[in-house]
Write a protein that binds this ligand. Structure first.
Ligand code: FES
Length: 103
């Protein structure tokens, strides 16, 4: 299973992904620059990513607490998600996201 992450220099990284892990954890454990200050508790918005268009209708919809937290994020787009709230599964194999500014 893999995810593809575009970094701040527009460089793509193919990362091995493990079922059940948070997308944020996968990005962080591969050493890409994601702050994820709250460690995945949905209370910091520093794991903000943009989900590529073709994946938007394939990922689970955001819960209210994620949407509330995204309100605090910077440069929020329609494709914005908190990567700690995306749990890796076979359905997300090949997911493409782009790191978002976190202020
Ligand atoms: Fe803090 Fe995702 S790591 S909201």
């Amino acid at each position: 299973m893999k995810i593809i992450v575009t970094d701040f220099d527009n460089k793509e990284h193919q990362l091995d992904a493990i079922e059940g892990w948070r997308v944020m954890e996968i990005i962080r454990d591969h050493g890409l620059p994601i702050k994820a200050e709250c460690g995945g508790a949905c209370c910091c918005a520093t794991c903000h990513v943009y989900v590529e268009d073709e994946w938007l209708d394939k990922i689970p919809v955001a819960r209210d607490d994620e949407l509330d937290m995204l309100d605090e994020a910077v440069d929020v787009e329609d494709s914005s998600r908190l990567s700690c709230q995306l749990i890796m599964s076979a359905a997300l194999d090949g997911l493409r996201v782009k790191l978002a500014p976190t202020g």
